[in-house]
Design a protein around this ligand. Structure first.
Ligand code: PGA
Ligand code: ZN
Length: 429
């Protein structure tokens, strides 16, 4: 191992998949190793997330990041020079203390997470191994089960339908490569169904087809049709996974389904999802009720936690303390893990570890605003998360990640173990 003390930290403005500014950070170590990472950005965010520092004002819709870039090149660089990149926990703790706020709003979650990930990359480079291997050390890892969007909705498609992600998972696949191939067939079939119906209108923020549907159920029906047309057995081979992202249209126990022109209470929401579980081959549901509805989460998990994985995203915001709390109440069975929700690699890993300790499913996830950065794929493999959510099967900020995971599976060769359906955070009866 070469000298892993930090010799330079450089931030710059680059652009994300929505054409918005974001923060890239390069870290150089004394021994010559370097690391680079880019902060992603959410659109449907939990209120407990680390906060990005944006410039505000008229230019670039207020999304510019000059203050966050200045924080990297000024205060953060100064504080990290000479520190050991191989000691990730200390590096992250220095940034947390320097920021001094509970939500990282002063220096910016975007500035801090990009630096934290770049430091990690530099340390792995100094060790001379791929990032996933640096994280795994000698522990056994699995290639994650992918969760892939076919139709985008909610905040990622101008609220064209209420539900945010209509996705597939391939519990019947025997390798990551096969899961991608099956998903590609379903994505293709969904596109041709949309075309035949005169409903092909491009794609939403994460690359899933634009949901030109009259109801949420029409989207579900079309997805089942696509799975069948692609030649797969729904549920056993290719199943449906939903991100309801209910915080986007509900609070204080009241939910407004814009498309169906209906107002629902928590009980109605749970009943509606229950009917969908009866009617469709759904094996995973994320944020079934709003982030402020802990009782609703508990009621949903009690009613249906043995029939589908119940994922907390906005509800758990990659926070180890919240995961432990919710595990006690049995209000979810899985945690979504997004590095920029927590703000540092150390806190992200703690949330994932808390999920594993609770026997939760753990899903490392991208954001709707992404880039060519593939760090999360290495986290998913190196930390043995078991599941990976990246968006759809189009647009290169998504494909870069699926393709990176293919390369890792190939590099593992005969030692590659595909997590498959066993990784889901529930036991089907
Ligand atoms: P976001 O959406 O990145 O816009 O927050 C992703 C999700 O809700 O899982
Ligand atoms: Zn979500």
């Amino acid at each position: 191992m070469t000298d892993t003390r930090i010799a330079g930290v450089r931030g710059r403005r680059v652009w994300d998949s929505r054409g918005r500014p974001t923060v890239e950070v390069d870290v150089a170590l004394k021994g010559g190793a370097t690391g680079r990472a880019i902060a992603p950005a959410g659109a449907s965010m939990g209120s407990g997330e680390a906060v990005d520092l944006r410039d505000g004002g008229k230019a670039l819709g207020g999304f510019d990041v000059s203050r966050a870039v200045n924080a990297v090149n000024g205060e953060i660089a100064q504080a990290l020079l000479g520190k050991d990149a191989a000691d990730q926990a200390s590096v992250d703790q220095i940034m947390i203390a320097l920021d001094g706020t509970p939500n990282k709003g002063r220096l910016g979650g975007n500035a801090i997470v990009a630096t934290s990930m770049a430091v990690l990359h530099a340390a792995a480079a100094a060790a001379g191994v791929p990032l996933w291997k640096y994280l795994a050390q000698d522990r056994k890892v699995r290639i994650p089960l992918p969760e892939i969007q076919i139709f985008g909705g909610g905040a990622h498609a101008a609220r064209r339908v209420d539900i945010q992600d209509f996705m597939v998972m391939c519990p019947g696949a025997t390798s990551f490569a096969q899961a991608l191939e099956w998903t590609a067939e379903v994505y293709l079939a969904a596109g041709s169904i949309m075309k035949q119906a005169g409903k092909l209108q491009g794609v939403a923020d994460e690359g899933g087809f634009w949901p030109a549907f009259k109801s949420n159920e029409e989207a579900l029906d079309t997805l089942v049709e696509a799975i069948a047309r692609a030649g797969f057995k729904p549920r056993e081979q290719v199943a449906i996974s939903l991100d309801v992202a209910a915080s986007e249209f509900g609070r204080n126990g009241a939910y407004t389904l814009a498309l169906d022109d209906r107002r629902l209470d928590t009980g109605d929401m749970i009943a509606m999802l229950g009917r969908w579980l009866d009617a469709y081959p759904i094996i995973s549901i994320e944020d079934p009720v709003a982030e402020d509805d802990a009782a609703g989460f508990a009621a949903f998990t009690k009613a249906y936690g043995d029939r589908c994985q119940v994922i907390g995203d906005d509800f758990l915001v990659t926070n180890a303390g919240r995961v432990r709390e919710v595990a006690k109440n049995g209000a979810a069975t899985a945690v979504l893990v997004k590095p920029n929700q927590a703000g540092t690699i150390t806190e992200t890993q703690a949330a994932l570890a808390a999920g594993k300790a609770a026997k939760f499913g753990t899903i490392v996830s991208a954001r709707s605003g992404e880039t060519e950065d593939v760090t999360i794929v290495h986290l998913a493999v190196g930390w043995d998360a078991g599941q990976l959510k990246v968006g759809s099967f189009s647009r290169s900020e998504r494909m870069a990640k699926w393709n990176e995971c293919l390369r890792i599976e190939e590099a593992l060769g005969k030692d590659a173990v595909f997590a498959g359906g066993d990784a889901l955070g529930y036991s089907p009866k």
